[in-house]
Design a protein around this ligand. Structure first.
Ligand code: FDA
Length: 393
């Protein structure tokens, strides 16, 4: 006889959501967490205020080998559903920008809410229990250093390898492979990019930021970019980093509000001005200086040819960086790739070839943009699996 109806590996956002839902629907649920407390990434998220969802979250805001996979779960548990839960606990919130919802108070409130939801479902949560081994006969047997537990349903909710110093590992992938599920090569996402070679010069303006439009391939993000002592960061760069692949370029439009013949117009209005002084009107001084220097237009605008100014404007609108790499999993907010969606049902998150085995949250090859989208996937995939488990006999 199994000890539980379901064992959930990992007390993160997805695992706690799944546990609460299955528990409240009548299942006996155990959550095993290797950390000393649950919800550690939630606690540090959003600068301590947890950007818990995004009102605009839809399938288009996610990367996956199968862009349709997330549709079903996201449609059945929406940002409004999570917001209703937050409001039912009296947690005050605000919209910061672009649909991003944060707690007014602290991320702790979200963890406490999830733990309350689990308590309502009589879920047992055991922290300090690192799962080391799983085997499968008619049930799943889960081993930790302290004990072994059995259940007919097992949920992989152990996240991805981002931020290893918090204990993040590729455990989910090892387990998936053990059960014959494919894993899409994981790589760091929402991560700062590094610059080398001639672009090292930009490191001199570390700390300077500007509103730009950054793009990698077809993905374009109009937000701030920040120059760092290692390269490029800021929201627009973090967003494109998820799409960027080594060897590719990242294009930055430094003049998103000044398109067309802006420099030619400025030449007519202020022929005695220099490129440097004109750029300083649109950009932070140190950035304007470095761009003007690189463009090499030293004369007064009135003496510069229209052709040279058009070329300068074109380059400023599509400045090409060739990042030498990323700052890696150590600095990545999430992981692109993971357990292949081809191995899972999009409705239930159950493995097609292993009945009773589920994978949810960041462990799966579904990765959201910056701005509350990753938690929304954790909530939605957790609810989908929790309800599916509850629906089994
Ligand atoms: P998560 O990583 O949260 O949980 C997995 C759990 O499994 C962990 O508690 C881990 O200890 C446990 N575990 C691992 N191996 C185990 C084992 N062998 N045995 C037992 N337990 C094990 N997203 C967003 O939408 N808004 C935001 O504001 C932020 N902010 C943010 C800030 C920072 C600094 C980071 C690093 C990330 C974010 N994110 C975010 C991303 C978000 O945190 C992430 O997408 C979710 O936490 C993923 O939830 P999961 O439950 O899938 O994994």
């Amino acid at each position: 006889m199994a000890d539980y109806d379901a064992i959930i590996l990992g007390a993160g956002a997805a695992g706690l959501m799944c546990a609460g839902r299955a528990g409240q629907l009548g299942k006996r649920v155990l959550v095993l967490e290797k950390g000393e407390k649950p919800g550690k990434k939630i606690l540090i998220s959003g600068g301590g205020r947890c950007n818990f969802t995004n009102l605009g979250a839809g399938p288009a805001n996610y990367l996956s080998a199968n862009p349709h996979f997330a549709k079903s779960a996201l449609a059945r548990y929406t940002p409004r559903d999570f917001l209703s839960l937050v409001e039912s606990y009296g947690i005050a919130w605000h919209e910061k920008t672009l649909g991003q919802l944060f707690c007014d108070g602290s991320s702790k409130q979200i963890v406490e809410m999830l733990l309350d939801e689990c308590a309502k479902g009589e879920v047992e949560i055991r922290c300090g229990e690192e799962v080391t081994q799983v085997s499968h006969d008619e049930d799943f047997t889960v081993e930790t250093a302290n004990a072994s537990y059995r259940a007919p349903a097992l949920v992989i909710a152990t996240g991805g390898p981002s931020i290893p110093k918090m204990g993040a590992t590729g455990f989910a992938y090892d387990l998936a492979r053990q059960f014959g599920l494919k894993v899409v090569e994981p790589r760091p996402a929402l991560v700062p990019l590094t610059l080398g070679g001639e672009e090292l010069l930009f490191r001199e303006i570390s700390g300077v930021s500007a509103p730009v439009v950054a793009s990698a391939g077809k993905a374009r993000f109009p937000e701030a970019a920040l120059f760092t002592h290692r390269g490029l960061s800021g929201p627009s760069i973090l967003q494109v980093s998820s799409y960027w692949k080594p060897g590719e370029e990242v294009a930055v439009d430094f003049l998103p509000d000044n398109s067309g013949d802006w420099l030619l117009d400025r030449k007519r209005e202020t022929p005695r001005g220099t490129l440097r002084s004109i750029l300083r009107e649109a950009l932070p001084d140190r950035l304007a200086d470095i761009l003007a220097e690189k463009l090499g237009v030293e004369t007064e605008l009135g003496n510069a040819s229209d052709r040279a100014l058009r070329a300068a404007q074109e380059r400023l609108s599509r400045w090409s960086f060739r990042p030498s790499g990323t700052e890696g999993f150590a600095k990545a907010e999430v992981t692109v790739g993971g357990i292949s969606t081809s191995a899972l049902s999009s409705k239930t998150l159950e493995a097609k070839s292993v009945p009773g085995l589920y994978a949810i949250g960041e462990a799966v090859d579904v990765t959201g943009w910056l701005g509350g989208y990753n938690f929304q996937w954790a909530w939605a995939s957790g609810v989908a699996a929790g309800e599916a488990i509850a629906a089994t006999a």
